[in-house]
Write a protein of this length. Structure first.
Length: 255
């Protein structure tokens, strides 16, 4: 067997001109002794919709987004271009987004978000909304307060930072899958450092203000965004919890 492996390696070198090498990745990140495991993060996570105004240090932001580059993508195309906003630029975009939403113009997303949930998916959608509004003390018939709560999406829920995830439009579903994997990787890296987030399709609904700020060309679109920072644990919105389907509902094992 050893001789076979050696012959195979020599054949590979002759036919390709390449010598095998060991791929290593070095990280300067030191795991904190208090950091949660991935299992703990997933069991405790929820979408945070109220944040403290304390910013995440720039050095920590750069560390997180540098590590997120190692997220997998189809054929290693790495399609995601992320735009991270803080401070005055974040405040400016927030104002422009709120004005766009309140203008009465319909949403004009760069990608097709027009999905009408059906059946059990619609039930879960309603269940999620009821959990949130119930925690906030908003009655189902109180449409005005529900709209106020909805508007907080474009105010980044008071977060000190927001990220917008973009890709070239021709990538369609394949690129969308890659962006989802990238965003989940970011969420785990954030949680490891005690930083919370909320993924938001709403941040792709009115893309024009962000497109202008980022100078995006026509062939690039905003798929969705994320608000992130340190959670305000006392906020009613952060008391909301949703349930999960049973394992036998979501996974089918074959052997």
């Amino acid at each position: 067997m050893a001789a076979f492996r050696g012959a195979l390696a020599r054949l590979s070198i002759r036919s390709t001109g390449l010598r095998p090498s060991t791929i290593t990745r070095k990280s300067n990140h030191t795991m904190s002794s208090s950091a949660m495991s991935v299992s703990e993060v997933l069991q405790q996570r929820f979408s945070v919709r109220a944040f403290k105004d304390t910013p995440v240090p720039q050095k920590v932001l750069e560390e997180i987004f540098a590590l997120a580059r190692h997220a997998p993508s189809n054929c290693n195309v790495q399609p995601c271009q992320a735009y991270v906003l803080s401070g005055a630029m974040k405040d400016q975009l927030q104002e422009e987004l709120v004005n766009a939403v309140l203008s009465g113009r319909p949403p004009n997303p760069d990608f097709d978000w027009n999905v009408g949930y059906q059946g059990v998916h619609r039930d879960r959608q309603f269940g999620s909304a009821n959990a949130l509004y119930g925690a906030m003390g908003i009655e189902r018939k109180d449409k005005e307060q529900r709209q106020v709560a909805m508007l907080r999406n474009w105010q980044f829920f008071g977060a000190p930072h927001a990220a917008f995830f973009t890709m070239e439009k021709y990538l369609k579903m394949t690129g969308a899958v890659d962006l989802g994997v990238y965003a989940e990787t970011l969420a785990l890296l954030l949680a490891e450092r005690g930083i919370s987030c909320c993924m938001q399709g709403a941040l792709g609904m009115f893309p024009d203000p962000a497109r202008r700020m980022f100078g995006l060309p026509d062939e690039v679109g905003i798929l969705f965004g994320m608000s992130f920072g340190y959670a305000d644990n006392d906020a009613p919105a952060n008391k909301a919890r949703t349930d999960r389907v049973t394992l036998d509902t979501s996974v089918h094992f074959f052997s």
